[in-house]
Design a protein around this ligand. Structure first.
Ligand SMILES: N[C@@H](CCC(=O)N[C@@H](CS)C(=O)NCC(=O)O)C(=O)O
Length: 213
């Protein structure tokens, strides 16, 4: 049994989508970020960094990082087809997108949401957020151009674990207002992912609404 430590609308959502999509046996432990439960001693025993998500593995041990969790689950349940195999020509682009989303887009978003961690200037947070917003819009613009040309998914017609990760990030719109209006190919992907039965089953409990215009 896998155990996912999660909270609504957090980075745990993509990991949750993958577990549900492949039909993995899992249970959930809510670590309510609104209640600061991720900073309490009980959760710090699970992930000393105090961040979500964390996944306890059936063989023992815990991993963190939503892209790593998505990749591990996709690889362990190959019949679900969420990850091209190592020798598949799409494996490279798959890994590239997974890492790009986790390693480039998401950190820009975290700079927006936690600007006080980036600057020692008392009045510096507004500038950090403004720069982060510009960077995030530029990144979405490049992703949108890729999807317009090669979509509807990141790997063309092939759905993969990178898509629910992209979908999750596309729902964090305070840092990129009107994202779906500005980036219609991202919206098209979001609609397709949100309509998948496995995603639809758990989106609401994660407080992710329908894809709005
Ligand atoms: N790169 C990590 C980021 C994890 C992360 O920053 N999660 C946020 C929730 S969206 C969090 O736990 N924030 C609490 C904090 O940083 O104090 C991942 O993808 O799992």
């Amino acid at each position: 049994m896998y155990t996912l430590y999660w909270s609504h609308n957090s980075a745990s959502v993509a990991a949750h989508y993958c577990l549900e999509e492949v039909g993995a046996p899992y249970d959930l432990v809510l670590v309510d970020m609104a209640e600061e439960a991720h900073k309490k001693p009980e959760f710090l025993k699970v992930n000393p960094a105090g961040k979500l998500p964390a996944l306890k593995l059936p063989e023992g041990g815990t991993i963190t990082e939503c892209a790593a969790i998505s990749l591990l689950i996709a690889d362990r349940f190959p019949q679900a087809g969420l990850a091209p195999a190592a020798a598949d020509p799409q494996r490279g682009p798959f890994l590239m997108w997974l890492f790009h989303l986790n390693n480039t887009l998401q950190p820009a978003m975290l700079r927006y949401y936690y600007p006080e961690r980036i600057t020692t200037e008392a009045n510096g947070t507004g500038g950090v957020q403004q720069k982060a917003k510009e960077e995030i819009a530029a990144l979405w613009s490049r992703i949108d151009a890729h999807l317009a040309k090669n979509g509807p998914y990141l790997l063309g017609d092939k759905y993969s674990a990178a898509d629910p990760l992209l979908y999750m990030l596309s729902t964090w719109q305070e840092c990129c207002p009107d994202l779906y209006k500005r980036f219609p190919s991202v919206r098209r992907l979001a609609e397709k992912v949100r309509a998948r039965p496995a995603i639809a089953r758990i989106a609401e409990m994660n407080q992710v609404g329908p894809v709005a215009a």
